[in-house]
Design a protein around this ligand. Structure first.
Ligand code: ZN
Length: 94
């Protein structure tokens, strides 16, 4: 994870732990900013059955366990509730 995303990981982890994570999240940023990596982290966290608490550079956040059934399905790209879509256009609508 890009170091500048650690604070976002901490904020989202806190919201997830307190069950106040927004129902929809729109991420925006320049190419190479780590958006895809951040989305993968969040997707794995939300899918994991037993997230683990991690401390990195004095920042505490949650991380998927990597060993539960859902994590194993996610790692093998066979998790049935996950579908990645790639936009054909760079705008919404029309
Ligand atoms: Zn897991």
């Amino acid at each position: 994870m890009q170091p500048w995303l650690l604070s976002s990981q901490q904020i989202f982890s806190d919201q997830y732990g307190r069950d106040i994570l927004p129902h929809a999240i729109l991420l925006n940023g320049v190419t190479g900013s780590g958006k895809s990596e951040f989305v993968q982290w969040l997707l794995h966290l939300l899918s994991c059955q037993q997230p683990q608490q991690i401390i990195n550079n004095e920042v505490t956040f949650l991380q998927h366990c990597g060993v539960c059934k859902t994590c194993l399905l996610m790692q093998s790209n066979t998790y049935p509730d996950h579908l990645s879509l790639i936009a054909e256009k760079n705008n919404l609508g029309g």
